[in-house]
Design a protein around this ligand. Structure first.
Ligand code: PLP
Length: 396
């Protein structure tokens, strides 16, 4: 019972082992530097894993999105479209740069942004679209990329939930201008509670994200445009460098101790995701005959990595509202269900920006009916069976 309680209380997240412990100690004994060799190795391995030419590690997923907006050149007044069903970081990235955020409604089977709804929102001022591979299932990338080519906007993939997820056999993070990942404690892999990564196939975008990540510091040496001047000042053979700042930037670096853990987590990601998929299969099998529950739909060409396991509750058929279900599951069985997400246009932040209830009916239905079940790679079959049984018993 104690294991069950732990599995269900700490609802999400990853699993660490001896390898991560040893990695922490190795870096600690080496004075635990800020961004160093471990970060570089983590980036190299990450790009290889995602099949992109570059990866840049950052302090969290929010900063990955923010730096991506800077790198694609988002300016005050530009229009950026995203989904209202996401964590606020997705929309905050363009909004905090002064861009105008608009939402496009979602598909009620996958809960991902609907390309047809995107198309209706595109104007000549649209500079970017941020699709979120929600709960671990890839968005309709062929349709979104076709719109991007037709209307000349950048696509920034929010892949915070979706490391290892595949669309038609290709990993997410390599379709758009950038892919943005989060290693927050609740994600499929973590780097000690916080962390993020930007993937890209574009050398210029990579350079800009790298610069702004680290105060736009540029160290000039022999191979730079300042080289000639240096050589005039100093005879060849003497080492000389100077530092300049291209612009005012940020410190969004990750530490080496986190990256060392990330390297070990990345080696395990496929096995961790496989365990999630197995747990999701168990839940789908266990819950399938309960009336009034809509279980996850996985498109046949997608690999869904089940960062979350979403269930829509029809209050009439199931006999309970979402709120009553959340309350009773906690108080009768000690199980914490989640609600991902309250539509962003209900928030004060976006009401202030002119949004109103009634604008995105599918997102609103999710807000009213969707719960997320505990899912993580630590769950025992006993914990999953208890979860299924509690769902069956909760109405009695
Ligand atoms: C969809 C989505 N995007 C972005 C983020 C931001 O990631 P972080 O918490 O690492 O800043 C999150 C985090 O929960 C998220 O769920």
């Amino acid at each position: 019972m104690s294991n069950i309680k732990f599995d269900l209380e700490i609802k999400f997240g990853t699993k660490y082992g001896k390898e991560e412990e040893e990695a922490v100690l190795r870096v600690l004994r080496n004075n635990a530097p800020t961004s160093g060799d471990a970060c570089i190795e983590f980036e190299k391995n990450y790009a290889a894993y995602c099949g992109t030419t570059h990866a840049r590690v950052v302090s969290n997923g929010s900063n990955a999105l923010f730096l991506s907006m800077i790198a694609i050149g988002i300016k005050p007044g530009d229009h950026v479209i995203t989904t209202p069903i996401t964590w606020i970081a997705t929309a905050a990235a363009p909004a905090t740069l002064g861009a105008k955020v608009d939402f496009a409604d979602v598909d009620l089977d996958t809960y991902n942004i609907d390309p047809k709804q995107i198309e209706e929102k595109i104007t000549s001022e649209t500079k970017a679209v941020i699709p979120v591979h929600l709960y671990g299932q890839p968005c309709e990338m062929d349709e979104i990329m076709a719109l991007s080519h037709k209307h000349h906007f950048a696509v920034v993939e929010d892949a915070a939930h979706a490391i290892g997820a595949e669309y038609k056999g290709r990993k997410v993070g390599g379709f758009g201008a950038t892919g943005c990942f989060s290693f927050h404690e609740q994600k499929n892999i973590s780097t000690l509670g916080e962390g993020g990564m930007i993937t890209t196939n574009d050398a210029n975008i990579f350079e800009t994200t790298s610069l702004y990540r680290s105060q736009c510091t540029r160290v000039h040496g022999k191979s730079t445009k300042y080289c000639k001047l240096d050589e005039e000042k100093f005879p060849i053979g003497k080492k000389f460098w100077w530092q300049d700042f291209d612009d005012c930037g940020y410190n969004f670096r990750m530490t080496d101790i986190q990256a060392a853990v990330g390297i070990e987590q990345l080696k395990k990601v496929d096995a961790l995701n496989q365990q999630r998929i197995k747990n999701a299969d168990y839940l789908s099998w266990g819950l399938k005959d309960i009336p009034g529950l809509k279980l996850p739909t996985v498109r046949p060409y997608n690999k869904h990595v089940f960062h979350l396991y979403p269930v829509m509750v029809d209050p009439k058929e199931f006999g309970m509202t979402k709120e009553d279900l959340i309350y009773d599951m906690l108080h009768k069985f000690g199980i914490k269900l989640g609600f991902h997400y309250i539509p962003l246009h209900y928030s004060t932040a976006f009401k202030k920006r002119g949004f109103k209830k009634g604008q995105f009916p599918n997102a609103e239905k999710i807000g009213e009916r969707l719960v997320t079940l505990p899912i993580n790679p630590r769950q025992s079959e006993e914990a999953l069976a208890y979860l299924v049984k509690s769902f069956k018993d909760v109405r009695s």
